[in-house]
Ligand binder design. Structure first.
Ligand code: HEM
Length: 225
C-alpha cells in the first residue's frame, strides 16, 4: 500500500483500467473474471507484479544439493546446504551491472549459457523505483499494451520444484485486495514520519509502519472527492 500511496498517478491509472474508462468515454465496469485476466487488465497485473517485486516478501530461500553441482566455476559437493538471496540478485540484475554480470558468462554452465536469462532482459530503469510500466510491453505497430511477466528479473515465489505452492492463492488474494481497495479509495499521502519503508524480517519481510489515509473517490471519476 505504501507504493500506491507514493504514486497517485498509478492509483488513478489503475482505477481507470478497473472501471474500464478512458479520457473520452466511460465503459461498463469490468466483471470479476475480466479483472483477473491479464489480457483485459495488463496494468493491474503490472501493478501487482511491481508491488511483489519491491516488497521482497521472501528475500530468498534454501536448498540442499543432492549431487555435486558446478556453479560459476566452483564445484559444490553433494549434501551442501545453500542459501540464496534472489531478492538482492534481482535488484542487481539491471543494465548498470551488465558488464559485471557478463564477466560470469565464461564460467556459467553450457546449458545456462544456452538458455540465457530465460527470455528475460536486465532492468533498464533503477530497480529501487516503483514503476509498474516496466512490466508493460507496447506493440510499436498497433500501440497495444500487454503485460510481460518475463520483462525482467523478479522471483517473489521462488523457482523450480520447490517454488511456492501457494502462489495462485496468494495472487488471487492480493488482486482481490488491491482491486477492492483501489476501487473504493484513493490512498492519500501520510505524514513523513509514519511513511518509512523500514521492515522487519522473520520467516518473511514485514513493514514496521503500515499507515494509510484512505479518501473516497468522487463517483465515476478517477479523482478523489
Ligand atoms: C505474497 C505471498 C507469498 C509469497 C511472496 C511467497 C513466497 C514463497 C517463497 C519465495 C517460497 C520459497 C520457494 C523456493 O524455495 O523456491 C515459498 C515457499 C512456500 N510457500 Fe509461499 N509465498 C506466499 C504465499 C503463500 C501462501 C498463501 C501459501 C499457502 C497457502 C504458501 C505456502 C508455501 C509453502 C508450503 C512453501 C514451501 C514449499 C516447499 O518447500 O516445497 N505461500 N513461498
Amino acid at each position: 500500500m505504501k507504493f500506491l500511496t507514493e504514486a497517485p498517478e498509478v492509483q488513478r491509472a489503475l482505477r481507470k483500467e478497473l472501471l474500464n474508462v478512458d479520457d473520452e468515454s466511460e465503459g461498463r465496469p469490468l466483471t470479476f473474471d475480466e479483472m483477473m485476466s491479464p489480457e483485459k487488465t495488463p496494468y493491474f497485473e503490472a501493478v501487482v507484479a511491481e508491488i511483489l517485486r519491491l516488497s521482497i516478501v521472501a528475500g530468498g530461500s534454501t536448498r540442499q544439493t543432492t549431487q555435486p553441482v558446478e556453479f560459476l566455476g566452483h564445484t559444490i559437493p553433494a549434501g551442501t546446504n545453500l542459501v540464496y538471496l534472489s531478492g538482492l540478485a534481482c535488484f542487481n540484475a539491471n543494465i548498470e551491472n551488465e558488464e559485471r554480470l557478463r564477466s560470469f558468462d565464461t564460467k556459467r554452465m553450457e546449458t545456462a549459457q544456452k538458455n540465457g536469462a530465460g527470455g528475460r532482459e536486465l532492468w533498464k530503469t533503477p530497480t529501487d523505483k516503483f514503476e509498474p510500466e516496466r512490466w508493460i510491453k507496447v506493440d510499436s505497430a498497433t500501440g497495444e499494451r500487454t503485460f510481460d511477466p518475463k520483462a525482467g528479473f523478479s522471483f517473489p515465489f521462488g523457482f523450480g520444484m520447490r517454488a511456492c505452492p501457494g502462489k495462485q492463492l496468494a495472487m488471487l488474494e492480493l488482486k482481490i485486495y488491491i482491486a477492492t481497495l483501489n476501487l473504493a479509495f484513493f490512498l492519500d499521502r501520510t505524514p513523513e514520519k509514519l511513511s518509512t519503508h523500514r521492515a522487519g524480517m522473520k520467516l518473511s519481510r514485514f513493514p514496521l509502519q503500515a499507515y494509510v489515509s484512505p479518501k473516497p473517490w468522487t463517483s465515476g471519476s478517477a479523482m478523489p472527492s
